[in-house]
Write a protein that binds this ligand. Structure first.
Ligand code: ES4
Ligand code: ZN
Length: 326
């Protein structure tokens, strides 16, 4: 039987986590005060009350607003260090982290201020906690492809410390096709590629992320069930899906966790992994996702080991580190 203590002590690997989405309300208020910024909420509780989303866009509006308190290198460092402490508590041993430069550069924060703060924190986390990491720069898909190419250019001096390129933000109406050239340029520069697809968007966006952007992993991908041929293709090619159950329920992709298709996808043979997405906004980190999934879907021990093995296999880390994680 799968107990809470079994889930707590399982070694964990996180492959889908937006660092800006780990900004807890308490830290948001503390940084607002430190930077003399007035938030449009009277208290931490009032802010938490607003975390009642109806879809992806209603969340993104608050997520971008929250990120405004991040101003200095120290702010980005503190944000990432708070996340790493959670990882340490929850036996998360390897993380692959999304960051959104455009959210910061578009309001006048230099790329290097954001990047150095994050990178210093993850280096410290590696040395102090033994948590290995990879960083994945995401283009915001509601902005233009030219803007994405400008961001790719700004990233050049930091290229050796950035493993991959991803694609996030408002999905519907911003298909993968829009970023064909930016992803081709990123691939030519040696980046690993991923993209959010099939979260709110259709199965066709998953096909297009694979065929037009040449991504190696699909972030979310839960709408693949709309297309049996796509399901068969994902099984055959072993393309990993980074699934985020609490996120999907909070953003009303599934009405209740009991209706989530994670277990069905796993049993169909897809390379499913389990992740937290935006833990400060969606009710918790890796462990809280594990516990909610177990409550609603009652996975077997073997299925929990399968999710863990899938995540290790799907990492962008070295083979030597994969062996350590196993
Ligand atoms: C996101 Cl849940 C989700 N979907 C798409 N883009 C995002 N950025 C941060 N969280
Ligand atoms: Zn995401």
């Amino acid at each position: 039987t799968v107990t809470t203590s079994f889930l707590k002590q399982l070694p964990k690997v996180e492959l889908h986590m937006h660092i800006e989405g780990s900004l807890e309300p308490e830290l948001m208020f503390a940084l607002a005060q430190r930077n003399n910024i007035t938030l449009p909420y009277d208290s931490v509780d009032a802010l938490k009350q607003a975390y009642n989303f109806s879809n992806l866009q209603s969340f993104l509006d608050l997520y971008y607003q929250g990120a405004n308190v991040l101003q200095t290198e120290q702010d980005f460092f503190d944000l990432a260090m708070a996340y790493l402490k959670k990882c340490q508590q929850q036996h998360v041993q390897h993380v692959e982290i999304f960051f959104d430069p455009q959210t910061h550069t578009d309001r006048g924060i230099p790329f290097e201020v954001m990047f150095n703060g994050l990178h210093n924190a993850f280096e410290q986390g590696k040395h102090e906690f033994g948590i290995s990491y990879e960083l994945i720069l995401c283009f915001l898909r509601h902005l233009s492809e030219d803007a994405a190419l400008t961001t790719l250019e700004q990233a050049k001096p930091f290229k050796d410390r950035i493993t991959g390129i991803g694609l996030d933000s408002s999905e519907v109406g911003h298909p993968p096709e829009k970023f064909k050239n930016a992803f081709a340029a990123a691939k030519a520069q040696g980046y690993r590629l991923v993209a959010h697809a099939g979260e709110e968007g259709p199965a066709q966006y998953i096909w297009d992320a694979l065929n037009l952007l040449n991504v190696e992993r699909i972030d979310h991908g839960v709408n693949c069930t709309q297309d049996p041929e796509l399901m068969a293709h994902l099984v055959e090619t072993k393309i990993p899906l980074t699934v985020c159950p609490n996120s999907n329920v909070r953003l009303k992709v599934f009405e209740k966790m009991e209706q989530h298709n994670l277990k069905a996808l796993l049993e169909r043979g897809l390379k499913v992994t389990l992740n937290s997405d935006d833990p400060a906004y969606f009710g918790g980190y890796m462990l809280e996702n594990y516990l909610n999934v177990q409550n609603a879907l009652d996975l077997t021990k073997e299925q929990w080991w399968q999710l863990t093995a899938n995540a290790i296999d799907a990492t962008f880390t070295s083979n030597a580190r994969k062996v350590e994680l196993y």
